[in-house]
Design a protein around this ligand. Structure first.
Ligand code: SAM
Ligand code: DTB
Ligand code: SF4
Length: 331
């Protein structure tokens, strides 16, 4: 059975049927969560959240783009695809000492994890060797390490594990049924294949998606179901709001209704009760009140640092002030 509190079962038993263990979620069940009155949904998400986490603790990761732009892939949202005219300049793989210096700054500011991103379809073995060195050196600073390098070939995940990598980020990005409308150069199954290589190598899985790309609520629910029903749910689930980037095909999309965004966080929290749910891209465009609602809905991780990969993130001073106002603790 799903981790449903007795109180909620008593309120709406027909919506939350009994399941075998481990739970397999259906899209209909997750749509039923989305359909709950907002207050009931948030209450339920808080109950689940508090069963598994300290509700006042937020994990903070800092991102660094170690290889920017010029990517071969056709992802309609991405500033770094070589197929679109955006303001992002193509850069070479960053020297290791610069990466380590950035990680030291992130650690001093209070990030527990350092996530290095590369605009690749996947790493060449020669590039991977340099990333392995970055992982070793960042790990030696006492930080958790994460990389996001695209699709992996056989054997690459094992090398990352040997270097001490803690997390590999590889997002499903959207529902399998909507995937081909947004990403044209690889498939949802390709993404799943890399995720299973990462899992098999014993690396923690970080996988989530983007909302606000013109998908339907059903697509959002289906994406969450595809994540929750992986052989093991990801340890970390980033929920990104699309950052519309001028020059990309999705560059002028209007934002998703904020309550729909919060509902997505709450649904993720309920169906992946032991995962960290990360309030990810799009936070710069959110009010403090909306971010607080996301934390109330069960988000317990965020990107911390003035930059994401190529777009902005709230200044650390603003985030520190928000943590102070809400009594949140960084972990
Ligand atoms: N190239 C690798 C890959 O695609 O997995 C790693 C880097 S890629 C930029 C990492 C993730 O950033 C994407 O999977 C997507 O979820 C997110 N992302 C990229 N551009 C975004 C945007 N404009 N708004 C929100 N999220 C975005
Ligand atoms: C994730 O889910 N979001 C991060 C991280 N994983 C790599 C990236 C967000 C990128 C936002 C657009 C940009 O800055 O280029
Ligand atoms: Fe390349 Fe990743 Fe951007 Fe797609 S999301 S274009 S694979 S950097």
């Amino acid at each position: 059975m799903h981790a449903v509190s007795q109180a909620v079962v008593a309120q709406a038993p027909e919506q939350f049927p009994v399941h075998s263990n481990p739970p397999i979620w259906t899209v209909a069940e997750v749509l039923a969560l989305y359909d709950l009155p907002f207050m009931d949904l948030i209450y339920r998400a808080q109950q689940v959240h508090r069963q598994h986490f300290d509700a006042n603790a937020i994990q903070r990761s800092t991102l660094l783009s170690v290889k920017t732009g010029g990517c071969s892939e056709d992802c309609s949202y991405c500033s770094q695809s070589a197929r679109y005219e955006t303001d992002v300049e193509r850069e070479r793989l960053m020297p290791i000492d610069e990466v380590v210096a950035a990680a030291q700054v992130a650690k001093a500011k209070g990030a527990s994890r350092f996530c290095m991103g590369a605009a690749w379809r996947g790493p060449k073995d020669s590039d991977l060797d340099k990333v392995l060195e970055m992982v070793r050196e960042v790990k030696a600073l006492g930080m958790q390490t994460c990389v996001t390098l695209g699709m992996l070939k056989q054997g690459q995940a094992e090398k990352l594990k040997e270097a001490g990598l803690d997390y590999y980020n590889h997002n499903l990005d959207t529902d399998k049924a909507f995937y081909g409308q947004v990403i044209k150069s690889h498939t949802h199954d390709d993404r799943l294949d890399t995720l299973s290589q990462v899992r098999d190598a014993g690396i923690n899985v970080c996988s989530g998606g983007i909302v606000g790309m013109g998908e339907t609520r059903r697509n959002r629910a289906a994406m969450l179901v595809q994540l929750a029903n992986l052989p093991r749910p990801p340890e970390s689930v980033p929920i990104n709001h699309l950052v519309p980037v001028p020059g990309t095909p999705l560059g002028d999309l209007p934002p998703l209704d904020p309550f729909e965004f919060v509902r997505t966080i709450a649904a993720a929290r309920i169906i992946m009760p032991t995962s960290h749910v990360r309030l990810s891209a799009g936070r710069q465009e959110m009010s403090e009140e909306l971010q607080a609602l996301c934390f109330l809905a069960g988000a317990n991780s965020m990107f911390y640092g003035d930059q994401l990969l190529t777009t902005g993130n709230p200044d650390v001073s603003r985030d520190d002030a928000l943590f102070g106002k809400l009594g949140l603790r960084a972990v």
